[in-house]
Design a protein around this ligand. Structure first.
Ligand code: CMC
Length: 430
């Protein structure tokens, strides 16, 4: 309950009336504005906020983000500690359940995920129906949505057991769908999951196994991939997570809600920036070309991709961790020649007044593309590699939404700007 000092006093200058609106967590309820009317029959005042620049759509206990301080925490645990000590599957458990698992819980969770990695054989034929050069994100989007047809009881979202099973299936099957999409592009046979391997190792096996009896993933590459998965697992109410929550609020099954998240992530303003970084570095080509490139950015000709963030106005903590992971990957794959350009670019930009003044730091996408390329991923797969781990974040946020008594079907208001009361004119008279 708000105390008297935790209120906002609003005076409506149209009527001279004063309203006291409660402030909770520094926030007013937008519906409180509806009491502000000139006459009783009025709808009441609304707030207009395209792109949700200043509107909280939910209460959430999943991910904490302080963009000014460069802090990211999952369920209160700093991302740096999770990236150093945890695994993606443990982090997924943490996101879904709210607590880190004990040894037995982790074993059970890992076992459940591992035994749900296979997909129905018809999924294979479904993916085979795509053209040879279909974008893997398009294939992932369609095949995740299609899973709802394989598990029709998934629409019983009020049943905790059924719901939990879909969570397991989603986290387990995303790498399989992603790998099938990749193999389809390559014209190679799909590789079934190897349940003796861990989560990232199995994914690498499904991507790269050829005629060998057993694929042995390099532990350094597996670990680097696992760290990337941890870093991408959740990022509070971004575009794709909001899409999952909005679509899920209609009480549709979680596969359809997650398909909405994949669709949102597909867009170049969201999940596609790492691809652009790689193209930019390739275009710069040599260290000597950097000053000219930076001059062009400062003149507004283009952007330094992988720099800047809507929320982080200090460093993006994920970027620092990824930079370290680069070393481990390059130890196995040999140094990506573009790394030299990236490091020099970062050095120059961080000292340049243009970037310093605007608080532009490297973001998560600045180095991740270099790792993906070193892992022999085609650029089309970059966003897919983001979608796999983000599934645990999407589904945790979906679960929180389902159990939130305050949540209803998402349904924004509008300010109508069109015509009214027109009479239909037959086409012959127009
Ligand atoms: N290069 C050069 N100038 C930039 C850049 C950049 N990358 N980013 C922002 N600016 C400038 C911008 O021109 C503006 O300058 P001025 O005030 O003189 O007009 C100022 O900085 C503020 O920029 P803004 O566009 O108002 O900032 P925003 O919060 O709307 O945009 C952003 C955030 C991430 C879209 C933007 O920084 C950007 O386009 N970065 C490059 C693309 C990129 O790396 N995106 C990945 C984001 S991280 C992945 C994720 O979490 O989804």
């Amino acid at each position: 309950m708000a105390t008297a000092s935790e209120t906002l006093t609003i005076t409506d200058n149209r009527t001279g009336k004063t309203y006291e609106v409660p402030l909770e967590d520094g926030t007013i309820r937008a519906t409180a504005l509806r009491d502000i009317k000139v006459k009783e029959s009025d709808f009441g005042v609304m707030s207009y906020d395209p792109a949700f620049m200043n509107t909280a759509s939910c209460r959430s206990a999943v991910t904490y983000l302080d963009g000014e301080a460069g802090v990211l925490e999952y369920r209160g645990y700093p991302i740096e500690q999770l990236a150093e000590h945890s695994t993606y599957l443990e982090v997924a458990y943490l996101l879904v359940h709210g607590e880190l698992p004990n040894a037995k819980q982790l074993e059970e969770w890992t076992n459940k995920i591992t035994t749900h990695t296979f997909v129905h054989e018809n999924v294979k034929s479904f993916i085979q129906g795509f053209r040879y050069d279909a974008h893997p994100m398009g294939m992932l989007l369609a095949s995740v949505g299609a899973l709802s047809t394989f598990y029709p009881d998934a629409n019983q979202i009020k049943d905790p057991e059924i719901r939990y099973l879909q969570i397991i299936r989603l986290i387990a099957k995303m790498p399989t769908l992603a790998a099938f999409a990749y193999r389809h592009n390559m014209g190679q046979p799909y590789v079934y999951p190897d349940n003796e391997l861990d989560y990232p190792g199995n994914f690498l096996s499904m991507l790269f196994k050829m005629s060998e009896l057993k694929y042995e993933p390099d532990p350094r590459l597996s670990r680097a991939l696992d760290i990337l998965f941890i870093l991408h697992a959740d990022h509070e109410q971004n575009c794709s997570t909001s899409a999952v929550r909005a679509v899920g609020s209609s009480q549709v099954d979680p596969y359809s809600a997650v398909a909405a998240g994949v669709a949102a992530l597909y867009g170049p303003l969201h999940g596609g920036a790492n691809e652009q970084v790689l193209r930019m570095l390739r275009r710069i080509e040599r260290k000597e070309n950097i000053p000219d490139f930076i001059a062009g950015v400062k003149e507004g000709k283009e952007r330094l991709m992988g720099f800047g963030h809507r929320v982080y106005k200090n460093h993006d903590p994920r970027a620092t961790i990824i930079k370290k992971a680069c070393d481990d990957v390059f130890e196995v794959t040999g140094v990506n020649p573009l790394l030299e350009i990236a490091i020099e670019l970062e050095k120059i930009a961080l000292e340049d007044e243009y970037f310093v003044k605007r608080k532009l730091y490297p973001n998560v996408d600045f180095y991740s593309g270099l790792i993906y390329e070193a892992l022999h991923m085609p650029v089309g797969m970059f966003t897919v590699l983001f979608a796999i781990p983000r599934t645990s974040g999407w589904i945790s946020q979906w679960l929180e939404m389902i159990d939130d008594k305050e949540q209803k079907i998402a349904r924004p208001r509008q300010i109508y700007t069109g015509e009214r009361n027109r009479d239909y004119i037959p086409v012959s008279q127009r």
